[in-house]
Design a protein around this ligand. Structure first.
Ligand SMILES: [Fe+2]
Ligand SMILES: [Fe+2]
Length: 242
C-alpha cells in the first residue's frame, strides 16, 4: 500500500491486475471511522469508477495522478447518483478533456445528461465495454442497494465486481484487501443505517451478479474482498430475504 497524502491518509493499492483502489479514511466526531474508495482501471481507455465526494477531489486527483496522467482518463463511471459516487464528476470532466461520464441508461436519462458538463456514455443492462485488456459489463440493479438508476460493473478479465455500496463496512483503518468476513460487518452497518431499499427484487438481482462468479469485490466503503464472490452474494441475498 502506498500512502499518497500523509495528512489525509489517502492511499493506493493494486487489488487485481491493473485495478487500483484509492482509499481515504475519515474520522468521525463520535470516535468512529468510515472510508471512501475509488477504483482506477489502468488500460488503453482508463476508467475511474466512483469520483469520490466533491470535497475529496484534490486528494483523489493526487492519487489518480500517481497511477496515470489525469488527462488520459477516458471514462468516469459510477453506480448511482450520490455525492460519493459522482460529486466531483464535472471537476474530472474539466481535468480530463477526453473523458465522458459512464453510467446506466436510467442515470443518463434522469440525471447525468443534465448534471454533467459532457454527454454520458450510457450502458444498457448486460452491455460490454472494452477498455483494452480489461472489459467491463454493466448490470442494472434498480434499488439494490438503493436508487432507481443503480447498477454495478463487472470486469471480466480479472473477475472484479465493482459492487458500490454492497458490503459497506464502517471503520477507517481497514486493510486494502481482505479475505476475511465482510458480510457480518456490512450487515451490522445495514441494520444500523437501513441504507438498502426494501425492493422485492433483491434476490434475483443478486443472483445475476452471483452468476458472474467474481473473485474480487471492489467495495466503495471498507476493504476490497477476495474469495468466492458468488457464495458471498448469495449469503447476502439470504440475509436480505430472511
Ligand atoms: Fe449509495
Ligand atoms: Fe457510497
Amino acid at each position: 500500500m502506498m500512502v499518497i497524502n500523509h495528512d489525509s491518509g489517502t492511499n493506493v493499492q493494486e487489488i487485481a491486475e491493473g485495478i487500483y483502489r484509492i482509499n481515504t479514511p475519515v474520522r468521525l466526531p463520535d470516535g468512529g471511522g468510515f472510508s471512501f474508495n475509488q477504483y482506477v482501471v489502468r488500460d488503453d481507455q482508463p476508467l475511474l469508477f466512483h469520483t469520490g465526494l466533491r470535497k475529496l477531489f484534490p486528494l483523489v486527483r493526487e492519487a489518480v495522478a500517481s497511477l496515470l496522467p489525469i488527462d488520459s482518463l477516458r471514462y468516469i463511471g459510477f453506480s448511482h447518483v450520490e455525492a460519493d459516487e459522482c460529486g466531483s464528476l464535472n471537476d474530472w470532466l474539466a481535468a480530463a478533456p477526453d473523458a465522458v461520464p459512464l453510467c446506466g441508461t436510467v442515470a443518463a436519462m434522469v440525471s447525468v445528461n443534465d448534471l454533467a458538463d459532457r454527454t454520458a456514455v450510457s450502458l444498457a443492462d448486460g452491455q460490454l465495454l472494452p477498455l483494452g485488456r480489461h472489459r467491463v459489463r454493466w448490470f442494472d440493479t434498480p434499488h439494490l442497494p438503493h436508487a432507481w438508476e443503480c447498477g454495478h460493473l463487472f470486469e471480466e478479465d480479472t473477475r472484479t465486481l465493482f459492487c458500490g455500496d454492497l458490503f459497506t463496512q464502517g471503520g477507517a483503518d481497514l486493510p486494502p484487501v481482505t479475505t476475511s468476513d465482510v458480510l457480518g460487518p456490512s450487515e451490522e452497518f445495514r441494520h444500523a443505517m437501513d441504507y438498502f431499499s426494501h425492493t422485492t427484487q433483491a434476490a434475483p438481482l443478486l443472483e445475476r451478479l452471483a452468476a458472474t462468479a467474481p473473485t474480487t469485490l471492489a467495495c466503495m466503503h471498507g476493504s476490497a474482498w477476495q474469495g468466492d464472490g458468488a457464495a458471498l452474494l448469495r449469503s447476502l441475498s439470504a440475509r436480505l430475504t430472511e
